[in-house]
Structures are given as C-alpha cells and as structure tokens.
Design a binder for this molecule. Structure first.
Ligand code: ADP
Length: 414
C-alpha cells in the first residue's frame, strides 16, 4: 500500500493548530501535502507568534497521527518532512522524521505520547535546506513585464521529456479557463512551437518596433523559430543568446496577461540565468519522466531554479504510463517516480500526464486544443490529466504570489 495525499490530509484533521484553536486543515495552516509510496511531506503556515517549540510540537503531533493511523491500516511511513513557512512563504523550520518503520500496534490512541517507538527516533531539526537547493534572494535588477501578472518558467533537466508539450498544454489549458495567456518559446536552440502551434504558414509582424505575438488556440505566442531560418542550425554565443531571449521577452507587445509561460531550453544553461536576472518570475515548473535516470537531471534543474532565487511551483510527471486508444494502461517508463522526487525535494507535485498517441499527433499537426476535447478512453484520461494539472498550477501560482506579497487576497463584500 502507498500513502496518498487524501490519507495524509485526513490524518492531519487530528492535529491541532495551537494558535488558531482548530485542526491544521480547517484552520488553513496546511498549505500542501505530497505523498508517494512510504514518503510524505507537508507544509504548514502558522501565525507569526509561533516559534521553534510550537513548530516542533505540531510536527511531532503530525508525525504521531500519520504513523499511528498508517500502522492501523497496515501501512508504513518511511519518511515524513514537515516544513513551516512564514508569511512570506520562506521555510523557517523543517522537521524530518526519517528511516523509520512504524511497528504493528493495536493502540488507537491519538495522544502523541502513545506513539510506538520507532528507529531511529524522530529528529526534528532546525531549518536545514537540502544541499544545493537553498533559495537565495532574487537577483537584483530583475523586474516584471508591464501588464503581466504571473511569469512562469517551464524547465527540464534534459531534452525530450516533453517540456515544450507541457508548457504549451499548460498555456492552452489556462486560456481555456478564461485567463489571458502568453507563451514565450524561450527554447532558442530548438524552438518547437512553430510546429506544435501550426505557425508555419504565418508571418511574424513588427509594429512600431515591437514584435506582435501570434494569437492562436486562445493564447499569444512568440518564438525565435519565426525570426530565423528554420532550416539553419541555431548557434548562439552566450551574449547573442542572452540578447535574443531578452528581446523576445521585453520587446513583444504582450498587452495584459494573467500568465506568461516560458518554455526554457533543456538543462541548466545560461538562458535560465538571463531570465532570472531580467525577469521577476512567480515561479517555475519542472518536467520529468518517471525513470530514475530522468529524476537525477530534474533534481539538477530544480537546484538551478532555487539557486537563481526562483520558487518551484511544482513537478510534472510526463509520459507517466502509456494509455492505448482502448484505454489500457502500460507503465512503459514506470510511474510515480517524479512524485517521489517532488516529495524528496519538498516541492508540490502538480500531476501526471500519460503518453497518448493523440498528444503526439496533435503536436505534430499543430492543434493543442484537441488535447482538451474529443472522446474515447485515452483521450478522456489525457484531458482529465491536463485539466488537473492546470488547476493545480493555478492554485500553486496563487499561493506563491501571496507568499511573495505580489498578490493580496481580495475581500468581496456583497
Ligand atoms: P522537450 O521539449 O522536452 O524536448 P517535447 O515537448 O518537444 O520535448 O516532446 C518530444 C516529443 O514527445 C514530441 O514529439 C511530443 O509530441 C512527444 N510527447 C511529449 N509528451 C508526450 C506525451 N505525454 N504523449 C505522447 N507524446 C508526447
């Protein structure tokens, strides 16, 4: 059996928020939960008066509840990470309970003190960032784009994992929910948006010195692929690449946008650095396939974002099993690896997208809208997976914006 988010959340309804006087779920302290196999992590926000003693107490209670209820259900908890964030969303305390197996016990007590002993004992520790994943301050000089509310980068540790496909489908999915969305094909070494969006017969126009984005499938798009010869290899020196990216981002007439999605080149190269130095992002999404080897690359990409001071909004598992047209599921590359990785990194898992024939066909014919429509078992699984992903991204973006103080909650009185 494996832990699930719903299970962990339900356990947490038995953990009191000592300051607000309600359980941590009802009080709103619980910000997110991630669970996979025998690993779980969660993030809590307690009011400012909470200090290390209260953090340790709440973490211990959460751990006790989860292990007690798990062992009653015959399940194991091998690792639990409880993070506490301040009003700005910065992690101020981390409690890790690792390497333990809850032994079988018949107790149903909910008292923290009645937890069966575990080996080694839980070790709440102070704020201990994962090596290489510290989040320094944003680079000085970065700024937003006028009229653009959220800038979100989509990156991956390596090519071919479906980063551009996910970036595009996130953009189209957000637009279908009524948002004004732009997509910047920042993969300047191998732009794929002209094909994926069917731009090949269209001409790039420039008005009063500003690039006019294409308006297709409900989104505004700009890509270097429409400014250079598609047949020629794109060889950029560092400063040229820097300039090309900045021009695409800053000299495009985006107008008012709720979201600007940036499809980054694969890996941890200098475009990401240029982006971080020049644009103030709401956050980044890391795309990964389920295999172990892919996760190592994705962890590097996540480390890069954190080093650049960019919050990770979540991880997406692409090519998470193959769904045949008859609806049968085959775990070609395995399943759940990216969720486990997200859990280990302590970042949200946004969702999994299966391999389907239709996604590849729709990309090749430049019709991403079709991924959200159509019938049949495979098509509806794809559509549901994409809808789920888009909703999770919306929530994580809103939370990140609130944490960074960029967006205040709106109180509507009628
Ligand atoms: P990357 O940007 O990581 O290099 P792409 O998004 O260009 O990857 O995807 C590479 C290829 O894999 C494309 O042909 C794309 O249509 C296909 N692809 C990506 N994700 C899926 C998926 N979930 N199902 C089927 N084909 C996919």
């Amino acid at each position: 059996m494996s832990l699930t988010k719903d299970f962990v959340t339900s356990c947490l309804t038995g953990v009191q928020d000592p300051i607000r006087g309600q359980d941590v779920v009802r009080s709103g302290a619980l910000q997110w939960v991630s669970a996979c196999d025998t690993y779980a992590s969660l993030r809590l926000h307690l009011p400012a008066q909470a200090g290390p003693a209260i953090f340790a107490q709440v973490a211990q209670l959460a751990h006790n509840k989860i292990t007690q209820i798990s062992q009653r259900n015959g399940e194991r908890v091998d690792s639990l990470i409880v993070e506490f964030v301040d009003d700005a969303g910065q992690v101020v305390h981390t409690a890790r309970f690792g390497g333990m197996v809850a032994p079988a016990s018949t107790t149903s007590s909910t008292q923290a003190t009645s937890t069966a002993p575990i080996t080694p004992p839980p070790q709440p520790i102070g704020h201990e960032p994962i090596p290489g994943l510290q989040r320094p301050a944003r680079p000085a000089g970065s700024h937003g784009l006028p009229g653009v509310r959220h800038i979100i980068a989509v990156g991956a540790g390596k090519g071919g994992v479906g980063k551009s496909s996910i970036a595009l489908n996130l953009a189209v999915g957000l637009a279908r929910k009524g948002h004004a969305v732009g997509l910047l094909d920042g993969d300047i070494y191998g732009p794929s948006m002209p094909t994926m969006l069917g731009l090949n017969s269209l001409e790039q126009s420039v008005l009063q010195g500003r690039l006019q984005p294409f308006y297709v499938h409900g989104i505004k798009v700009i890509t270097i692929g429409k400014l250079v010869d598609a047949e020629k290899p794109l060889i950029w020196r560092g400063p040229m690449a820097h300039g090309a990216f900045k021009q695409l981002a800053e000299q495009t007439a985006w107008g008012e946008l709720d979201y600007l999605i940036i499809d980054l080149p694969p890996g941890t190269g200098d475009i990401a650095l240029t982006m971080a130095q020049s644009l103030q992002l709401t956050g980044a999404v890391v795309v990964c396939t389920p295999q172990r080897v892919a996760q190592d690359d994705a962890i590097r990409a996540a480390g890069m974002f954190r080093q650049l001071g960019i919050e990770i909004l979540g991880v997406v598992e692409n090519m998470s099993s193959f769904v045949g047209d008859d609806g049968k599921v085959y775990d070609i590359f395995g399943k759940g690896g990216a969720e486990m990785m997200a859990q280990k990194l302590g970042v949200p898992f946004l969702g999994a997208v299966p391999i389907t024939m239709s996604l590849r066909e729709n990309s090749d014919k430049g019709d991403p809208t079709a991924n959200f429509e159509g019938n049949g078992p495979a098509q509806s699984r794809l559509k549901d997976a994409l809808d789920h992903l888009v909703s999770n991204l919306e929530s994580q973006t809103a939370l990140a914006a609130m944490r960074s103080g960029a967006q205040k909650p709106v109180l509507t009185i009628s």
